[in-house]
Design a binder for this molecule. Sequence first.
Ligand SMILES: NC(=O)c1ccc[n+]([C@@H]2O[C@H](COP(=O)([O-])OP(=O)(O)OC[C@H]3O[C@@H](n4cnc5c(N)ncnc54)[C@H](O)[C@@H]3O)[C@@H](O)[C@H]2O)c1
Ligand SMILES: O=C(O)C(=O)C[C@]1(C(=O)O)C=C[C@@H](O)C=C1
Length: 314
Amino acid sequence: MTDENASVDPRFERVAIIGLGLIGGSLGHAIKRGKLAAHVAGYARSAETRARALEIGFVDSAHETAADAVKNADLVVICTPVGALGPVAAEIEPHLKRGAILTDVGSVKMAVVRDIGPYVPEGVHFIPGHPIAGTEQSGPDSGFAELFDGRWCILTPGPGADRDAVAKLAAFWQACGSKVDYMEPKHHDLVLAIVSHLPHLIAYNIVGTADDLETVTESEVIKYSAGGFRDFTRLASSDPTMWRDICLNNKDAILEMLGRFSEDLSAMQRMIRWGDGEGLFNLFTRTRAVRRSIIEAGQDTAAPNFGRTPAQKK
Ligand SMILES: NC(=O)c1ccc[n+]([C@@H]2O[C@H](COP(=O)([O-])OP(=O)(O)OC[C@H]3O[C@@H](n4cnc5c(N)ncnc54)[C@H](O)[C@@H]3O)[C@@H](O)[C@H]2O)c1
Ligand SMILES: O=C(O)C(=O)C[C@]1(C(=O)O)C=C[C@@H](O)C=C1
């Protein structure tokens, strides 16, 4: 915990988690691990997911409607795909407790402010958030308490946000294992477009290209996939709904980064075509240095098995 939040109590009486998949489930586990709430109420659309969440034990009660789950909650965390945030916010609006903190974990932030903002009642503190931690898995069985340990959680409070509420939410995420940082939503979306969204889109594209070649390479793609290709297939197996929603809701920043990427790819194509060995060598030397600085900064947490329970390591 940083000094500035050291004196803030990270605990809540009642937390509501809306959406009980990888992130909602991991949050439930982290709350239980840190004893951060007296009661965790959960909402999922399917009876099967609700039953499973209760059975695993990362929620204390599972509700058939989001409206029911948020009643009396001091902290409400919406953990659904980004495209569902607006409808969920509209449903829960009349049931939110005055003084409660309302937040989310969505991978984009401008669209979250746009979609949830209109449904925040007077007296409720809306502070968008994004834990930069995840895996390619989804659903209630995929969550685990250690997911957020040592990873960043970015909060994007609006200009008029209540300082005490922001400090409380920051203390909560720190108690869940995260390091907390603050950004403007627009800046967040630009940064995440390059460090998270573009890598996933490249992975989806490479695996799609290989799949199109199946008549030629079907057996080879499977047989020799122990190397670089296998790393791409992990990212490319991430949840289709989640990534569709990210693309649709961070369109401008993603198109900007895809444009730059395409230009750089063309430059690389040119170097290969004209045998520019020096250009290629210089580029590869520069990118190798980026990897080294990530490791030196202690951020080498993107390795495929980072943060997973032994059962999840494949
Ligand atoms: N997976 C990651 O790596 C990761 C990391 C950080 C943030 N996020 C963000 O967290 C959120 C949840 O992602 P996840 O990985 O936990 O997904 P998930 O698929 O594991 O879980 C999503 C949950 O939301 C529910 N849901 C889906 N559509 C809904 C709807 N229309 N109304 C109500 N509930 C609905 C699902 O049933 C499920 O319970 C997303 O906004 C995503 O952008 C994901
Ligand atoms: O490690 C992974 O599998 C992830 O995709 C996690 C990852 C990322 O790109 O780093 C994906 C999306 C989120 O919004 C945050 C984290």
